[in-house]
Write a protein that binds this ligand. Structure first.
Ligand code: FEO
Length: 401
């Protein structure tokens, strides 16, 4: 049975949700599911903006066919050729033999790579700022490469001022009926997932996101319609501001995120002492994570939020405790920069993690490591406690507290 939603008198949401899949991209936990958005414009010509993942094809097709109500689909606009949005192109070609696929040169190159179906004679290749009239609606195309793949473009509908933004401004999380951001508790239920999605999916491409934001700043946008998560029709300035901060690798808050790996609780003990010390001195919104028990995508989201990081790990096989090494690898891969970092290593006979973590941090841009690097030998003793206290004082100084 169909399940659609209206954005306006002539624009419909025809997407769907998957609450069964455990890992998005077979990598990221999605305990609250995922939404794949698709939008249908009903005008003199009909145009669908993107399709959905194979997991919800049946729901999607019912939604599209119900909304079309017997009319043919004239255009399919493909803003992003990643398979979570492209699994139904062939099905639409089979059902609507006169359909025109709208994409750019890179879109069609990727389509040939992923699929074997023949779309000769169905292509409309667009370039930057080309337009497509549908009747009373006009679509205009803006190329936004690497947000999140090279072929990505955004489509702006000029009459209703809708921005179909591909992955940008998306989120993990399935909809609970409410489609619009002003119908939900954003702070409680969505913003941390918007941040986790940005940091892990788009975070690497800050420069390209800045270029896209520059283009978008010239448009009068009433609604942002991403491929995942909520449709935004209020607080757009806040969303743009957060994207601006994240893509410049500026923290949202002057606060500390403490990340530890701990085999027997001694490293954890040091971090708890430090966290209470920081809180006692007035630092707010501190977060503490046992990185062995927290998915790295959540850790990355907190790095995007916080100005100061504390990394604490045992030495393991003469190297860095594996979960910390993985976390650092992700930070570097996602181009994380511009953070102040305190370090604590633990090693019972040959502590080496601190030095090796510093070497990895040196490969990142604008990362400052505070003195001292605290060395715990097995468990906290008087000398280590005074090192920890000095690190706390330097963290507070750096936080201007
Ligand atoms: Fe939701 Fe980059 O695909």
């Amino acid at each position: 049975m169909h399940c659609t939603c209206k954005l306006s008198d002539s624009v419909y949401w025809t997407g769907g949700c998957d609450r069964r899949m455990a890992l998005f991209e077979n990598l990221f936990p999605i305990p609250h599911g995922i939404t794949y958005n698709s939008y249908l414009i009903m005008d003199e010509h009909t145009a669908l903006i993107d399709t959905v993942d194979a997991s919800i094809s049946r729901q999607f097709l019912e939604n599209v066919l119900h909304t079309l109500n017997g009319r043919p689909l004239d255009y399919l606009v493909i803003n992003h050729m990643e398979p979570d949005h492209c699994a139904n192109i062939e099905e639409l070609l089979l059902r609507f033999p006169d359909i025109t696929l709208v994409g750019n040169a890179k879109t069609f190159a990727l389509m040939r790579q992923f699929y074997d179906f023949d779309f000769t004679g169905h292509m409309l290749t667009v370039k930057e700022k080309d337009s497509l009239g549908l009747g009373s609606h006009t679509l205009r195309f803006y190329l936004t490469p690497m947000v999140h793949w090279p072929e990505v473009m955004m489509t702006y509908e000029e009459t209703e001022k809708l921005l179909f933004s591909a992955d940008a401004f998306g989120s993990f999380g399935a909809l609970s009926g409410n489609l619009f951001n002003d119908e939900v508790n954003l702070e409680q239920d969505w913003l941390s997932e918007v941040r986790r999605y940005y940091g892990n999916i788009v975070g690497k491409y800050g420069i390209q996101v800045q270029s896209a934001l520059k283009k978008l700043s010239l448009l009068d946008i009433k609604m942002i319609c991403p491929l995942h998560g909520l449709v935004w029709r209020s607080r757009l300035d806040q969303l743009f501001h957060q994207y601006d901060l994240w893509s410049r690798y500026e923290p949202e808050e002057q606060t500390a995120a403490l990340f530890y790996g701990s085999m027997y609780g001694d490293t954890e003990n040091a971090i708890n002492i430090l966290a209470h010390g920081l809180a006692g001195a007035g630092v707010k919104n501190i977060c503490v994570y046992d990185i062995s028990n927290t998915h790295v995508s959540t850790l990355i989201a907190e790095v995007f939020r916080c100005s100061h990081l504390l990394l604490a790990a045992p030495t393991y096989n003469n190297g860095i405790y594996p979960v910390m090494a993985n976390f650092l690898h992700d930070m570097k891969a996602l181009n994380l920069q511009n953070r102040t970092i305190g370090l604590l290593e633990n090693g019972s006979w040959a502590p080496a993690a601190g030095r090796q973590i510093q070497a990895m941090l040196q490969e990142m841009k604008d990362v400052k490591v505070l003195d001292p690097v605290v060395t715990v030998r097995s468990s906290l003793k008087g000398e280590t406690l005074s090192q920890l206290d000095r690190l706390k004082e330097n963290l507070l100084l750096s936080l201007s507290l």
